[in-house]
Design a protein around this ligand. Structure first.
Ligand SMILES: Nc1nc2c(c(=O)[nH]1)N[C@H]1C(S)=C(S)[C@@H](COP(=O)(O)OP(=O)(O)OC[C@H]3O[C@@H](n4cnc5c(N)ncnc54)[C@H](O)[C@@H]3O)O[C@H]1N2
Ligand code: MOO
Ligand SMILES: [Mg+2]
Length: 398
């Protein structure tokens, strides 16, 4: 059987090939940039006044002058003015271009203006103060953003400032989320004693939404022919299929056989891990990907966050999320030679460390336990006893 690391690597070798598309700036939030964005001007593009007050020549102040006739006003949005008379000042506003001939700004709070004369009330004045010099932050032509960047509020603001009305982003995959199982009924139905309402696909849909990916929901009963027909149609219409259930050893677990019949090449089935051991992964010749997630809800979640979400991230062109670590708060024993993904609650301690409090729950069907869980801690297969204070990787969920 495959190790977690090998299974993960195999999924990453078969990323989706998603073309770039152009979207308007205002609809680019949460998308992944596919182009380089450069500064079209210096940042800031001129010597920008940073405080409302008066603009003077520092040498006048250095020569002992404290009272200056006010000869004009330079506001933000006005073309640059000139402080032409020596020993005078201009009133000047935040966001204005520093006037030619002036080099230093004194805040209104530090000045008294009476009868057109501004008197500086402070002695601590630095040459060039309260001026945000041209090109301090970035130079014209500098690379501001590069491909593979998740577009958030700061990226949008920077793109807007350089005149990008549109952005090239990775197109979103068409994703189908498919629950399988005769025992599963719709949320709106009242289950009979032998039935349950399906929940996995709603969780998956919500998880995908955090990457800006939308998905259609489907349900298929445990009938080999129906499963083959429906999956064949869903495969035609989608780039990525995420199934839940039907991948284990039961008499109604038809998913692996049906996918093989439909020409989806299996890359692996089963990983040395718990939960989620029966995970199935394959691709078709025309570039479609199928994850067959084990149906037990906690297995579904673990496989989604350990394999599917990282797969989507890199397929979209994002760099892999950095691995996070936490310190186990309580010793935990797990004997089978499998990587154990322990449900935990991760929190931050006052000393800055992350700690993980084990919440094992009652097994991979205990999805109510997920209400308290916010990560899975990856405990290596080769050990059995994991001591309080030891540090292991954690995979955050929500
Ligand atoms: N003899 C063996 N039996 C099982 C093995 C095994 O290796 N040998 N593996 C166990 C493990 S581990 C898991 S996990 C499950 C995986 O089962 P399947 O992927 O075949 O899933 P199902 O049999 O269809 O369902 C399992 C369980 O999950 C519930 N389920 C399924 N879909 C949903 C949904 N959308 N929402 C909520 N709950 C769902 C389903 O009702 C079942 O209770 O197999 C073990 N057995
Ligand atoms: O994934 Mo199974 O649920 O290991 O228990
Ligand atoms: Mg089964």
């Amino acid at each position: 059987m495959l190790s977690v690391a090998d299974a993960f690597a195999i999924t990453q070798q078969h990323r989706l090939h998603l073309p770039a598309e152009t979207v308007s700036l205002t609809s680019a939030l949460g998308r992944v940039l596919r182009q380089t964005i450069r500064a079209d001007r210096d940042f800031p593009p001129f010597n920008r006044v940073a405080m409302d007050g008066i603009a003077i020549r520092f040498t006048d102040f250095a020569n002992g002058q404290r009272t200056f006739p006010v000869v004009g006003m330079q506001r933000a949005g006005q073309p640059q003015q000139t402080l032409s008379q020596a020993n005078s000042c201009l009133e000047i506003m935040t966001g204005a271009m520093l006037s030619i001939g002036a080099d230093t700004v004194i805040r209104y709070e530090d000045v008294t203006i009476t009868d057109g004369q501004a008197t500086i009330e402070i002695e601590d004045v630095q040459p060039g103060q309260h001026v945000h010099r041209q090109a301090t932050d970035r130079r014209s032509g500098d690379e501001l953003l590069s491909a593979g960047r998740l577009i958030g509020p700061a990226e949008l603001a920077v793109a807007a400032s350089v005149g990008q009305t549109e952005l090239s982003v990775t197109s979103l995959p068409r994703v189908a989320l498919i629950s399988t199982g005769d025992e599963l009924v719709d949320v709106s139905e009242t289950p009979l004693p032998h039935q349950i309402r399906r929940s996995n696909t709603y969780l998956l849909q919500a998880a995908l939404a955090s990457l800006g990916v939308t998905a259609t929901l489907h349900h298929i009963v445990d009938d080999e022919t129906i499963l083959a027909d429906r999956l064949s149609a869903i495969l035609r219409e989608n780039d990525l299929l995420i199934l839940s259930g039907g991948v284990s050893a039961g008499k109604a677990d038809f998913v692996p056989d049906v996918l093989a019949r439909l020409g989806v090449k299996k890359h692996f089935h089963k990983i040395e891990q718990r939960p989620g051991k029966p995970l199935w992964f394959g691709t078709s010749a025309d570039g479609k990907t199928v994850f067959g997630l084990p149906g037990n809800p906690v297995s579904t979640v673990l496989c989604a966050y350990r394999y599917v979400m990282p797969y989507l991230r890199t397929s979209l062109g994002l760099p892999p999320a950095p691995v996070r670590y936490a310190r186990l708060t309580t010793s935990f024993t797990f004997r089978p030679e499998l990587t154990y993904f322990l449900p935990v609650r991760v929190s931050s301690e006052p000393d800055g460390h992350s700690v993980a409090h084990p919440l094992p729950g009652s097994g991979s069907a205990d999805f109510a336990n997920l209400l308290d869980v916010n990560a899975f801690m990856e405990l290596p297969a080769k050990a059995s006893v994991f001591n309080a204070g030891e540090v292991f990787p954690v995979w955050p969920t929500w």
